[in-house]
Design a binder for this molecule. Structure first.
Ligand code: FES
Ligand code: FES
Length: 169
C-alpha cells in the first residue's frame, strides 16, 4: 500500500445527499459547506456574500431546516440531506411557485440575494402556508437585499403562498 501524502491525510470523506442526489467527496476539515457545494459539487447557485452568517445569501435547507451554509463545516454535513436552489425546479424544468413568484413579481434586481431568499421562503411557506405580509417580512428579515427595497420580494412570496395553496386544494 502506498503511503498517504500529508495532503491526503488531511482530507475527510463525507457523503451527503443534495437535491436527491448522493455525493461522496473528500474535504479538508476546515472547508465550509458553502465551499463544498460551490467548489466541490459545482452547485454555484448558493451564493456567498459575507461568510459570517449575516447576509443569508448562502441559505440552504439542511435536514429540513434553513441553514446558513457559511456557518457549517462540510464535515458537519456528513450524512445530511440538503436542498439548494438548483433543486427547486420540477422534473421537467417547470418553475417552483417561489421561483415563479420572483419572476412574476419582479422580486430581484441583481439577483445575488435571490437563492438564499428563495430557500428561506420555501422553508417558511412549509411552516406557514397562508402568511400575512408582515409575517413574510419577518421571515425574510435575516436575508439582506441591497437592491429591491423588499416590496417585490414580499409580493413574490405572497404570490408563491397563494399558488402553493391552490395546488394543494
Ligand atoms: S454568506 Fe453566509 S450568511 Fe452571508
Ligand atoms: S436583488 Fe440584488 S441583492 Fe437582492
Amino acid at each position: 500500500m502506498t503511503e498517504k501524502t500529508a495532503e491526503q491525510k488531511r482530507l475527510e470523506t463525507i457523503s451527503l445527499k443534495v437535491n436527491n442526489k448522493q455525493y461522496t467527496v473528500d474535504v479538508e476539515p476546515r472547508m465550509l459547506l458553502s465551499d463544498v457545494l460551490r467548489d466541490e459539487l459545482r452547485l454555484t447557485g448558493t451564493h456567498v456574500g459575507c461568510e459570517h452568517g449575516v447576509c443569508g445569501a448562502c441559505t440552504i435547507i439542511m435536514d429540513g431546516r434553513p441553514v446558513r451554509s457559511c456557518l457549517v463545516f462540510g464535515v458537519q454535513a456528513n450524512e445530511a440531506e440538503i436542498a439548494t436552489v438548483e433543486g427547486l425546479e420540477g422534473e421537467n424544468g417547470e418553475l417552483h411557485p417561489v421561483q415563479q413568484g420572483f419572476w412574476e413579481k419582479h422580486g430581484l434586481q441583481c439577483g445575488f440575494c435571490t437563492p438564499g431568499m428563495m430557500m428561506t421562503a420555501c422553508s417558511f411557506l412549509e411552516q406557514n402556508p397562508d402568511p400575512t405580509r408582515e409575517e413574510i417580512r419577518e421571515a425574510i428579515s435575516g436575508n439582506l437585499c441591497r437592491c429591491t427595497g423588499y416590496q417585490g420580494i414580499v409580493d413574490a412570496v405572497e404570490f408563491a403562498a397563494k399558488e402553493m395553496r391552490e395546488r394543494t386544494e
